[in-house]
Design a protein around this ligand. Structure first.
Ligand SMILES: *[C@@H]1O[C@H](CO)[C@@H](O)[C@H](O)[C@H]1NC(C)=O
Ligand SMILES: *[C@@H]1O[C@H](CO)[C@@H](O)[C@H](O)[C@H]1NC(C)=O
Ligand SMILES: *[C@@H]1O[C@H](CO)[C@@H](O)[C@H](O)[C@H]1NC(C)=O
Ligand SMILES: *[C@@H]1O[C@H](CO)[C@@H](O)[C@H](O)[C@H]1NC(C)=O
Ligand SMILES: *[C@@H]1O[C@H](CO)[C@@H](O)[C@H](O)[C@H]1NC(C)=O
Ligand SMILES: *[C@@H]1O[C@H](CO)[C@@H](O)[C@H](O)[C@H]1NC(C)=O
Ligand SMILES: *[C@@H]1O[C@H](CO)[C@@H](O)[C@H](O)[C@H]1NC(C)=O
Ligand SMILES: *[C@@H]1O[C@H](CO)[C@@H](O)[C@H](O)[C@H]1NC(C)=O
Ligand SMILES: *[C@@H]1O[C@H](CO)[C@@H](O)[C@H](O)[C@H]1NC(C)=O
Ligand SMILES: *[C@@H]1O[C@H](CO)[C@@H](O)[C@H](O)[C@H]1NC(C)=O
Length: 880
């Protein structure tokens, strides 16, 4: 059967096969330095080896410092062991949390170590320990012996599991007269870097063997296509290697019912324990336990059958009915008692188990007796079915410590951070391809996937449900990010691949538009936005409508790219209608702000108003509206003095009572961009400085990377991701607006260089384009503005020189603005526009442009040449 998705599929295979191992994919070994230790520790002149003794009470410890925030596989090289002992290791991103590590969280599908405190039993043979699981991010590591004798550690460290190219060799760069801004630009790149995961870096969680899945400790995966099941029978066989076996039913991405069978080697031998579990602490809630009427031995196969129906689970082992488990009714009105979910396998600390011959049979009346899933669990494909394969594509995570997911909303910032630094565009392409490969028939695309999720190669399907489809605003972010990717890379192949899915997504949204041309949130499940604690947005949610207008324009841009003129016209018309409707219905013209929604009319939020400016919707309403909004945001949201630093993401009346307002570097990206777009670099720099610099100042919480969110007057807690890429927006802002380089046609075929200086005296740097590198260096000292740009072949664009004067010097030739004579090679036009002189450049090469105080020099040169002309003229007259 011919299908447009077949082409899509073929292209995705091409995309994966284009990936080859590069130098940046080779791990590096991070060896920490000693930060602190108790004086009974024997060390060799402040370095390895180190002798660590058990002490009672537990007073001895060592804290190591990796200097940078790093993530990967921890290893321990122990070369002398005296007696058995227990080595306790804890990890944290910030020093104050080191003793007990950061707050743990336990996603039900994961590809990393969920524990921030680990204990290794050290016996004579354990001279080398290498964790098979990733510790995603830490600067500090603390070790201590909690029992036993003494060990000598020859070396310990972390083998990296992220993209390793040095920031200084990235093709994009930025430095300026402010050390702080130079440092913050790099911090943004570092934040991105430890979240960039090269293809096939994350190991498969489950190991497919001829005997079925083998699960080592602390694994968790859920059958991805079963998350909407409710009543069914599960059968499989299990063989316990260590401790016990655990599996889960009604398992989706956020909750499940876990059944654990402990072997006769367990502390509570031959017991059955039932818990409910969810991603966020508390991890397990006890429901039920019994002692089994027979022994469960290690290394023996047992056949397990669970009949999951309504609020009971009937469990049998080797065809003996062992118990009927009653499930509790949900006490939360928003969570049904019978939360849909399928089958999951999991191991805790100490467990190692095999699983094979899985079969799930439907018990729902509509489909009674049909097989929902059947697998011997011996293939790598079945590992992927549970969401815990290796990552096929290069991807970018939201946070290195947590959540270690690919999130579409985050890509609005993450994409630009990448384009202005490493420019390894396959990381954005990989992230988007993966997200968009999960699409429902209605058109919505996944907003969140785990590292180990396989790229789906089938047509849109309704088999996937649950939290991977997060919210309306995030669905649109997928499309906006595809368009932005195209703008920065010119990769038309990728647009062709994604187009059928993007078109289907736009059909989904056009069906939600009401007679007033606005989208109405109909399904509250998808009413969340970037901060779930701010609650659900219902009705005509303004931000959603602004994003929709932006997505329509972007869809038109993509339709142009693939030459569908009809579609482009339709999208543009619809965009105009939505823009007008937003201004008609969602703007409060008495108080001059865009309301959060037609149902939440009070409260001023940073994102809604910033996006109204960025999308151009505000300026469409009136020439001063954007300015007024920026002033309004400054008045209402700017913190100062003892209230903290930065801008609140909303006034407190804009969010549910009892929730606390955060300062969001993610949202501040849009705010600062809006200020730059309005040429209010004073406000833009105020946002950059007040929001980002607290994370760049020396403090016990300094990580060299940007934090997920900031608390107005406190430091983040131990659960906060301290390396969250959505907070790295300062990097693209500095490159795009301060250095001033941006593409204005796909792949920078046309670009624009328009620096905004703030109080900086110089800035210099580069960006990568498909045509080569553009470099810019400007200097604004001694009342003279000088800029040098290097332009690659086959591109053209305009350099905007900020000056009040009318004179300009280009490559050592001086001109009065109105008398440019096309005499500079590559410069076809010079015009004056407001406070900028525009120099149009049409060929590659280096251009040095000087404005301002040279005006007199230019005029005197002009006068001098005029005098010369008249002298010659008079001479001529005299001679004749
Ligand atoms: C470092 O060691 C000193 C002396 O042992 C101790 O007073 C201090 O609290 C330690 N600092 C940390 C962060 O452990
Ligand atoms: C200790 O290390 C320092 C710096 O690495 C070195 O200069 C010094 O010679 C070392 N001392 C001994 C006793 O090895
Ligand atoms: C630590 O253990 C080593 C080796 O067992 C021993 O030589 C040393 O005396 C111990 N140190 C302390 C402070 O107990
Ligand atoms: C150390 O542990 C091993 C393995 O668990 C055990 O066989 C041995 O008896 C233990 N030794 C001591 C001294 O406890
Ligand atoms: C069940 O759990 C309770 C509470 O933890 C415990 O006291 C009891 O011994 C357990 N029973 C069995 C059979 O494991
Ligand atoms: C279980 O195993 C123990 C020894 O490990 C044995 O004494 C006991 O009889 C066994 N019980 C049953 C019911 O097989
Ligand atoms: C599941 O089973 C329960 C109990 O038999 C029943 O009430 C419920 O409607 C069933 N749900 C579905 C979707 O079949
Ligand atoms: C162009 O897009 C429209 C939808 O707007 C669609 O109906 C049409 O089939 C597309 N044309 C082509 C050639 O893909
Ligand atoms: C506009 O804002 C003012 C002041 O907050 C308020 O009194 C008025 O009701 C708002 N108008 C609308 C249409 O919500
Ligand atoms: C320059 O610095 C002054 C004084 O700190 C400040 O008021 C002004 O806003 C700054 N201008 C810009 C564009 O950042």
């Amino acid at each position: 059967m011919y299908s447009k998705y077949l082409i899509y599929l073929l292209n995705l295979i091409l995309l994966s096969s284009r990936i080859s191992l590069s130098i940046s994919d080779i791990p590096i070994i991070h060896i920490p330095i000693l930060f602190n230790y108790t004086n009974d520790i024997i060390i060799n002149n402040n370095t390895f080896p180190i002798i660590l003794n058990y002490s009672n009470p537990l007073t001895s410890y060592i804290i190591f410092d990796y200097v940078d925030n790093v993530g990967g596989f921890p290893f321990f090289d122990i070369d002398q062991i005296n007696g058995n002992s227990s080595l306790r290791v804890s990890y944290s991103e910030a020093l104050p949390n080191i003793i007990d590590g950061d707050v743990e969280f336990y996603p039900l599908i994961r590809s990393f170590d969920p524990y921030r405190v680990k204990t290794y039993e050290i016996i004579a043979s354990s001279n080398h320990i290498e964790s098979p699981l990733i510790q995603g991010a830490q600067i500090y590591q603390r070790i201590t012996l909690t029992s036993g004798g003494s060990i000598r550690i020859n070396k310990l460290g972390i083998k990296s599991a992220y993209y390793t190219k040095e920031i200084s060799s990235a093709p994009g760069s930025f430095s300026c007269s402010s050390e702080l801004y130079t440092k913050m630009w790099k911090m943004g790149v570092r934040t991105l870097q430890i979240n960039m995961i090269p293809a096939r870096t994350v190991p498969s969680g489950f190991i497919a063997t001829e005997q079925g899945f083998f699960l080592t400790e602390n694994q968790a995966g859920v059958y991805l296509r079963g998350m909407q099941w409710i009543n069914y029978t599960v059968t499989f066989s299990t063989m316990i290697v260590k401790s016990g076996c655990s599996f889960a039913v009604r398992s989706n991405d956020y909750s499940e019912i876990v059944i654990t069978i402990n072997s006769n080697e367990h502390l509570n031998p031959n017991t059955l324990i039932v818990n409910t579990r969810q991603e966020l602490p508390p991890p397990d809630i006890f429901i039920y336990n019994i002692t089994l009427p027979f022994n469960i031995s290690l290394l023996k196969w047992y056949k397990i059958k669970a009949i999951v129906q309504g609020l009971t689970i009937e469990l049998s082992i080797n065809d003996n009915n062992v118990s009927t488990i009653s499930l509790p009714e949900s006490s939360n009105p928003y969570i049904p008692s019978m939360t849909p979910g399928g089958i999951a396998f999991t191991t805790s600390n100490n467990q190692e188990t095999f699983f094979r011959d899985l079969q799930v049979v439907d018990l729902s009346s509509s489909n009674f007796g049909s097989i929902l899933y059947q697998s011997s669990l011996t293939s790598q494909q079945s590992v992927y079915d549970f969401g815990v394969g290796t990552n096929e594509l290069p991807i970018i995570l939201d946070g290195a410590k947590r959540d270690r997911n690919v999130w579409s909303g985050d890509l609005l910032v993450v994409g630009p951070v990448l384009y202005y630094s490493y420019y390894e565009s396959k990381y954005v392409a990989g992230s988007l391809a993966l997200l968009n490969s999960y699409q429902l028939k209605s058109g919505i695309v996944s907003s969140r996937v785990n590292v180990g999720f396989p790229l789906q190669r089938s047509d849109p399907t309704d088999e996937f449900v649950g939290p991977i489809f997060y919210s309306y605003t995030y669905f649109l972010a997928n499309l906006i990010s595809v368009a932005e990717y195209y703008l920065y890379t010119g990769d038309i192949q990728f647009v062709n691949d994604q187009w059928p899915r993007m078109q289907l997504l736009m059909e989904f949204f056009s069906a939600l538009v009401d007679t007033n041309n606005l989208i109405v949130v109909t399904n509250p499940i998808w009413g969340y936005d970037y901060n779930p604690s701010y609650g659900i947005y219902t009705g005509k949610f303004t931000k959603l409508n602004i994003l929709y207008a932006m997505a329509l324009d972007d869809a038109a841009f993509l339709a142009d790219a693939i030459n569908n003129v009809t579609a482009a016209i339709q999208y543009r018309q619809q965009a105009i209608a939505v823009r007008n409707a937003i201004n008609t219905y969602l703007y409060n013209s008495t108080s001059n702000y865009y309301m959060i929604s037609d149902q939440k009319t009070i409260g001023i939020s940073q994102d809604t108003n910033s996006l109204a400016i960025l999308s151009g919707i505000a300026s469409q309403l009136g020439p001063n509206v954007s300015e007024q909004l920026l002033e309004q945001l400054k008045q209402k949201l700017r913190l100062s003095g003892t209230n903290g630093s930065g801008y609140l993401s909303t006034t407190s009346d804009g969010i549910p009572q009892g929730t606390s307002v955060i300062v969001s570097p993610f949202i501040s990206f849009f705010h600062a961009a809006a200020a730059f777009e309005q040429d209010r670099s004073d406000l833009a720099f105020d946002i950059l400085e007040s929001v980002w610099s607290p994370m760049a100042q020396p403090s016990p919480y300094f990580t060299g990377t940007f934090w997920e969110s900031e608390r107005p007057i406190n430091y983040p807690g131990a659960s906060t991701s301290m390396a969250h890429t959505w907070s790295a927006g300062i990097t693209p802002l500095l490159s795009k607006y301060v250095l001033g380089i941006k593409p204005i046609s796909p792949g920078y075929a046309k670009w624009l260089i328009r620096p905004q200086l703030g109080n900086l005296t110089w800035a210099s740097g580069s960006v990568c384009t498909p045509y080569g590198i553009i470099t810019v260096k400007w200097n604004n000292s001694n009342s003279q503005f000088k800029i040098t740009v290097d332009i690659p072949l086959n591109t053209r664009g305009t350099v905007y020189v900020p000056t009040g004067r009318n004179c300009i010097n280009v490559n050592e030739k001086m001109f009065h603005m109105e008398s440019y004579d096309n005499s500079v090679h590559g410069v076809d036009r010079i015009t004056k526009n407001g406070s900028y002189i525009e120099i149009s450049i049409v060929s590659s090469g280096s251009y040095t442009i000087i404005a301002n105080s040279v005006c007199n020099a230019v005029s005197s040169a002009f006068i001098r040449s005029s005098i010369l002309f008249y002298l010659i003229l008079s001479l001529f007259i005299i001679l004749s």
